[in-house]
Design a protein around this ligand. Structure first.
Ligand code: UD1
Length: 419
């Protein structure tokens, strides 16, 4: 299993091209199931989660081809299977995104329940309740959820008890082909949801309220193919902004936009980082002094993303003073804490909050990645630490960061992948 070795202490400087957003690309790929015409997606990132979704869609009968390295053509002329098997779903929870499109187009779906997840229980009950409200029958059996709507789905009003990103995306795709009007209340407003809604409209859907917490969908009989450019990855952009910040370097994040990370940019600025919006992207410059501790609470968009919480904690580990980091989205998302502490960080957890007392220096150590975002927080800590950090289980990183080691090495980081 690959490991990553980092010799810390060098400010990273240069240009990093931000890839297409994984969390936008995955639902967009699933949307191909809604039409018998080809969907062309450009700016697809090269990630193992994208490979998993490709494998799943291929099993369902979708022909997936790459016209160019980042241009993916998905053609679901015929649905060959309506089952998302355990083997793929356990590797990637986002497999559940095929549920809504399959029920809408084929009248049924059989999706393995995702099961345990490193960052909490992460149920899919809202996805199921929404489909049930649209007239589907739901049966849980043998670890699978069987959803059937042989006569099609019917529009309804569904209020999410808590904001759910993939829940909103699943119901949005299902509603696009339902009979009549669907209103999704307390819907997610994440840019990835907006990107999906825009693509669905380009495919002939009738969605309004895009970007607000109430989506109104007038169902149509059929959708057609289109070409759609995937938005840039705000989590990747935020992560590399913090890499510049934690090492005191200067990085141009090519393709990044302030509108995608408004709160992160504001909080980084408050901590002492300079962020300028340029024509090509965001120019991030670390501070010559130690950063200041800034409290953070994770929230749905436009609030501070839970997917950047671990990275912020690495940053705050080296700040002056203390910072209180509160996680409100997932109940078990502090697995990076003991690993950061092994590198000399001073962090104590109180329920859903972590109190980080900044230390002047972190020290390299062997550490273990536990999930995608936790592992990249260890990379950030390693870039700033004195000595060498070796991170094991880096397959987590490959799920969501395209060519992370290459991108950082090009900016002067001493980072190596050990095969
Ligand atoms: C998506 C993102 C993930 C991000 C998360 C929160 C993708 C592929 N993944 O995950 O990177 O960390 O949003 O921004 O886009 N919940 C329920 N029942 C449900 C659905 C959700 O109780 O049916 C709860 C979850 O346990 C969690 C909260 O709602 O506490 C939000 O989860 P949700 O937004 O659904 O996360 P994902 O869509 O899985």
């Amino acid at each position: 299993m690959d490991k990553i070795s980092i010799r810390g202490g060098t400010p990273i400087s240069g240009t990093i091209e931000i890839s297409g957003a994984k969390n936008a690309a995955l639902p967009l790929m699933a949307a191909s199931l809604l039409t018998d015409e080809p969907l062309l997606l450009t700016n697809i990132p090269k990630l193992s989660d994208i490979a998993s979704m490709t494998e799943l869609l291929s099993q369902l009968g979708v022909s997936v081809t790459l016209d160019a390295p980042r241009n993916m053509k998905l053609d679901a002329k015929k649905i060959a299977s309506t089952t998302a098997p355990y083997d793929i779903v356990r590797k990637m929870r986002a497999s559940v995104l095929v549920l809504g499109p399959l029920v809408a187009r084929a009248g049924e779906a059989h999706v393995s329940l995702p099961g345990g997840c490193a960052i909490g229980t992460r149920p899919i009950d809202f996805h199921l309740k929404g489909l049930e409200a649209m007239g589907a029958d739901i049966l849980l059996e043998d670890g699978y959820v069987h959803v059937k709507a042989p006569k099609g789905l019917t529009g309804t009003t569904f209020t999410f008890p808590t904001i759910s990103v993939t829940g909103t995306e699943n119901l949005l795709m299902a509603a696009a082909l339902a009979k009549g009007q669907t209103r999704l209340v307390n819907a997610a407003r994440e840019p990835e949801v907006v990107d999906l809604a825009n693509c669905l409209n380009a495919m002939g859907a009738k969605i309004s309220g895009i970007g607000t917490d109430t989506l109104v969908i007038e169902g149509v009989d059929r959708l057609h193919g289109t070409t759609h450019h995937v938005i840039s990855d705000r989590i990747e952009a935020g992560t590399y902004a913090m890499a510049a910040a934690i090492t005191g370097g200067t990085v141009l994040l090519k393709g990044a936009h302030l509108s995608l990370i408004p709160i992160v940019a504001a909080l980084l600025t408050r901590a002492g980082v300079t962020i300028e919006e340029k024509e090509e992207g965001l120019l991030v410059t670390g501070s010559p002094n130690r950063l200041e501790g800034v409290d953070v609470m994770t929230e749905p968009f436009p609030g501070f993303a839970t997917d950047l919480q671990a990275q912020w904690m690495a940053l705050m580990s080296l700040a002056t003073g203390a910072s209180l980091i509160t996680e409100t989205i997932f109940e078990n998302r502090f697995m990076h804490v003991p690993e950061l502490c092994r590198m000399g960080a001073n962090i104590v957890i109180h329920g859903s909050s972590a109190l980080v007392r900044g230390v002047p220096q972190l020290k390299g150590a062997p550490v273990m990645a536990t999930d995608l975002r936790a592992s990249v927080s260890l990379v950030l800590a390693g870039l700033a630490a004195e000595g060498t950090t070796v991170i094991s289980r880096v397959y987590h990183l490959d799920r969501g960061y395209e060519e992370l080691d290459e991108k950082l090495r090009a900016c002067g980081a001493h980072i190596e992948r050990l095969k």
